[in-house]
Design a protein around this ligand. Structure first.
Ligand SMILES: [Zn+2]
Length: 478
């Protein structure tokens, strides 16, 4: 067993060298054969659920949570200011697949089906001769919600895989059939496809989604032992944060296992790897533990790494803002595929990746808070049923960031917030009443974007009662 990929985890001065026999016994790489590389480049797209940028050591977090992402960034490009359009799983993935904002494709919360009329990344790659496959890890990305479009294989059957969501955590909900699976099962499936079912004479697009950093935070034992003191819950938020960090570390380790398999199959050099978080997590920074209700920075800023050996110079750091709508046109551009004759709302970052162009530091970033029926949400849902603290959610919210300024508007909640992110990166001091003209200009720009990016006649397909119950089990509420 190689240990290099599991060194580097934990706090200062600690090295993780526990032999994770149980976790790796499910797969082997001994059977892998060296193969001819296809002429066209492959694409491996990895999404990490609920992974806050600032809890990844590749972005300077003081804990060693992501040594494999550090390695990936050293071999490729790290985007420092990458934004998810919303802090909800389904909508952000729909945006990655279509280059449309949630208001453009209509998936503004989980389980609103992505319409078949959209041209997805997988469909376009399939039309261009790619073998396509996906391995996802949450019911929120079930193929029935439209995400399987264009994939020859879409593995969303969690079968006997060990779940994160257990009856202990979710006694009142429908767990039959599985709501999710842990990262090592996901990795095993992905490597199995690469090794056994991939056609050697075709380029491939493999999409792999990891779910573990999503609540409940129940990291596997070796990682829990490294980050969490089970006997000290005096600071309950710190205890939860420790568990969350351990989940990120476990997921990072599995990313390393997957990338190592790519190497062993001699696919590393001819494969474009894009790794991105689907959204962040609140961790009580603005009164809420999880994600969904807020679009503050901790909820929407995500890791984004791109690696393509021999094609894109290694070790670059790009610090201007980019959005998830950019991934679709960027990937097609890099792979040399014409974009489809349909509207897209992102822009290609390929020239910046090749070093031919500077990104615009003043480019506006647009954010959207999913709609809620009016309700009070417990701030520590599930973990602490006795908690009396709660936040009001009602309707939708929108935000715009331009340079140092960020404006957030919640019409139904009656909130208007203006932040100077240079002086106040934690968004703690609302400057709206001090700088009303600045806020008004941003509000106008935001409204103009909203009107021009919402297509006429957009239809949102409703969810069934049973699926509603499953999603509620995952923590998603209306
Ligand atoms: Zn998610």
């Amino acid at each position: 067993m190689k240990r290099t990929a599991i060194r580097g985890y934990g706090g200062s001065g600690r090295t993780f060298c526990v032999v994770l026999v149980l976790l790796v016994s499910a797969w082997t790489v001994g059977c892998m054969m060296k193969v001819e590389e296809p002429t066209a480049p492959n694409l491996l797209l990895i999404t990490l659920d609920t992974t806050r940028r600032d809890h990844c050591s590749v972005y300077g977090y003081e804990r060693g949570t992501t040594p494999n992402l550090v390695m990936l960034a050293e071999q490729g490009v790290r985007f420092d200011l990458a934004y998810a359009p919303m802090s909800v799983t389904g909508p952000t993935h729909a945006t990655i697949f279509t280059s449309l904002y949630p208001i453009g494709h209509g998936v503004v919360k989980n389980a609103l089906k992505l319409g078949l009329e959209y041209q997805t990344l997988a469909e376009i790659l399939a039309e261009n001769g790619y073998q396509t496959a996906a391995v996802v890890s949450s019911f929120a990305l079930n193929g029935k919600f439209g995400y399987a479009q264009g994939f020859e294989e879409y593995d969303d059957d969690f079968g006997e895989a060990e779940p994160i969501f257990s009856d202990e955590f979710w006694p009142d909900h429908l767990n039959e059939g599985g709501l999710d699976r842990r990262a090592h099962h996901t990795t095993r499936q992905a490597i199995g496809w690469l090794d056994e079912r991939r056609k050697r004479n075709q380029p491939f697009f493999l999409f792999v989604h990891y779910f573990d950093p999503h609540a409940p935070y129940v990291p596997p034992i070796p990682f829990a032992e490294l980050y969490v003191d089970p006997n000290d819950r005096s600071d309950y938020l710190q205890y939860l944060t420790d568990l969350y960090d351990a989940e990120i570390a476990f997921t990072d380790w599995q990313v390393g296992v997957l990338l190592e398999a790519l190497d062993k199959l001699s696919l590393e050099r001819n494969t474009l790897v894009v790794l991105v978080g689907d959204h962040g997590e609140g961790l009580m920074q603005h009164g809420y533990l999880l994600h969904g209700p807020n679009i503050y920075e901790e909820a929407v800023r995500v890791p984004l790494l791109v690696r393509w050996p021999d094609q894109i110079a290694a070790g670059q750091v790009l610090s201007s803002p980019v959005e998830m709508v950019d991934l679709f046109p960027t990937i097609l551009d890099l792979l040399g595929i014409e974009p489809p004759p349909v509207p897209i709302q992102g822009r290609s970052l390929a020239a910046a990746l090749y070093g031919d162009e500077e990104l615009d530091p003043e480019r506006p970033v647009y954010l959207h808070r999913r709609p809620y029926k009016e309700r009070m949400l417990k701030t520590l849902p599930k973990y602490n049923p006795q908690s009396v603290d709660s936040i009001l959610v009602k309707g939708q919210k929108y935000a715009i960031r331009v340079g140092r300024w960020k404006y957030i508007e919640g019409a139904e909640e009656g909130t208007k917030e203006l932040f100077d992110l240079d002086a106040d990166p934690g968004e703690g001091s609302n400057l709206y009443s001090k700088l009303p003209e600045k806020a008004a200009a941003l509000a106008l720009q935001l409204e103009s974007w909203r009107l021009s990016h919402t297509p006429d006649g957009l239809v949102q397909v409703p969810v069934s009662d049973e699926d509603e119950q499953r999603l509620h089990a995952l923590g998603y509420v209306d």
